[in-house]
Design a protein around this ligand. Sequence first.
Ligand code: ADP
Ligand code: ZN
Length: 704
Amino acid sequence: MEKNPKTILKNVFGYDEFRPLQQEIIERALAGKDSFVLMPTGGGKSMCFQIPALCFEGITIVVSPLISLMKDQVQALQSNGIQADFFNSSISRQAENEVIGRAKRGEIQLLYLSPEKLISLSNTWLRDLNIKLVAIDEAHCVSMWGHDFRPEYTQLKAFRNSLPEVPFMALTATADKSARTDIEQQLGLKDSKLFISSFDRENLSIEVRGQVPKDKKLKEIALFVKKKKNESGIIYCLSRKNTEEVADYLNEDGHSVAFYHAGMNPEERERVQTAFIHDETKIIVATIAFGMGIDKSNVRWVIHYNLPKNLEGYYQEIGRAGRDGLPSETRLYYNMGDFVLYSQFADGGANSAMQKEKLNRMLQFAEAKSCRRKILLSYFGEHLINDCGNCDVCANPPRHFDGTLLAQKALSGIARMKEKEGIAMLINVLRGSNNAEVHAGGYSQLKTYGVGKDVSFIDWRDYIIQLANQGLIEIMYSEGSALKISPVGWKVLKSEQSIKLTLPIPAEEKTSRKLKVMKMAEEGEVNTDLYEELKKLRSSISKEKNLPAYVIFSDKSLKQMAIDLPVTENQFLGISGVGMNKMEQYGADCMEVIRKFKTVAKPKKIPTILDTFNMYKEGLSPEEIARKRDLQTTTIYSHLSQLYTEGKEVNLEKLVSKAVVDKVRVAFNELEREITLKPIFEKLNEEVSYGEIRMSLTLILKNE
Ligand code: ADP
Ligand code: ZN
């Protein structure tokens, strides 16, 4: 094999260019030196150790705490023809021995290990391998100051010291300045060089919506999701209860959705996650427990149902969208309730002051009136020169006006109420409300009573929050959210200083606002029919090989095929993400689809799973539907299974006998409930068809 990094990038991974810093990092590893790589999620960290691993004669050890991610990464590597394997507590003794054998014989280029495995093995056969590079993924786990501290990571230093000649590479997506030094020291990196790539993810649009009442929020989300038909997305909620509520709501609205939280048992969670990775479930509503371990590149959108605790978490979570570089949308909902709740959580906890500070920054971001990407990046120490043009503020720039008089009305209201009341009372007084509490407090006698009648409640709220953000008033969460006037506030009140406010955006504009949709750099006309056809092909390969669809081809590669229409091997290799191995494995099938598309020329409408459903409702048998639609019967069975899972009226019980379901159940249980068809097929002596297995599994899982 060619040992030149650039050639490997092209031939093995199918990419033409390195992303910024990748090449330097690779060269440093090849020169035998330590590195510390800080890149955002989806930035392309893996390539930094995978390519050196292919250049070296020997083995590269990759330490990763995320067991499910490990399997995905290894599958992705194998599908590019790379000898990769993994080793953690989830594999059987026999499989373990096989891996050991191959490692010893030098047949493995990349070996993924969990930290606890590595530590327990570090004085055994592992030591005798020809280790050329050690990559430590999620390196922030070594830092006690971080949010994912893993005690086993602290023992990696001893391993580092036992291999003084081997280059180490630490990689992470989150580490502020103080954490960086801590991580380098804890891991015992030697003379390491820090590589920080831009944290800007241009393909993610950013939108924030504040103070939306719950029922409206649900409606908005349902509308959002409807527009994203068939695209994968994640909704993050604060509580387990919320995840179930939101999932129910969307489910009733006819979407393919599941919830996910730490209260579920591991098998259930695994099942939900796998269905999402395999594009069977499109939407996951989850607490933040979801997403750490997945590497799905075609997540097209992320919604936060509540305010996240800090910007680090927020950025990491939205970063799970659009890893393939295609435009993806993110939306954050928040209200003051979330904020107050978190502040209370933080009280008395460890690092309380720091947590509160981070929460404040999060809120400032949510309420900001200037380019959000600028604020976000500056938090991570990066400074954009121009506004991004792809956030809601850029799409609807604020209009400023002299707000001194308005501010004085509010401030004098606060002063006259002796700084004892919160926002709602202040607004009621300013608007001259007849509210009983206003009278009870004697506030209707105040001079400020009714001076702000001409401004709506919602707008007042917006202005007062702006005053807080500008530091004129402080919200005392420890005192029932009473408002206090700061020294600057007093200056404005005494007319020693003036201030600017921005006009709130009218609600209608908010709902109709359009975010600029980013274009793919070399975007041409995507033949959508062909794209759908290719997606179908990918999904049938994915089922057959039991690999996640995006491991076979990214959405981006398929889109490019549907633009470029490659029909020769050379043309096919020109598609981004297609290396030699994928060309050999899937090239012919894809090109056949493309050729057919080209000759048919007249664009024909591709029927969907719904057509199967319609024919089924007309009373056609699966075989008849398959014949009519020119599809495999297995495909029809899997359509029917999916429809059934989605709650559509499909009588699966009628299509597969109870005896068969029972057989499948036994095999399924014996195979430790792995949801994969092939092993079951083999276990049942190839006597039960894939279609029947598929339907049986659906029934078994649905009826437990
Ligand atoms: P990270 O580990 O930093 O979250 P990954 O290594 O998973 O990111 O990379 C994200 C995506 O970018 C993957 O689909 C990967 O194949 C792709 N990628 C990495 N490097 C390049 C490159 N030089 N050109 C095009 N795509 C790349
Ligand atoms: Zn912007």
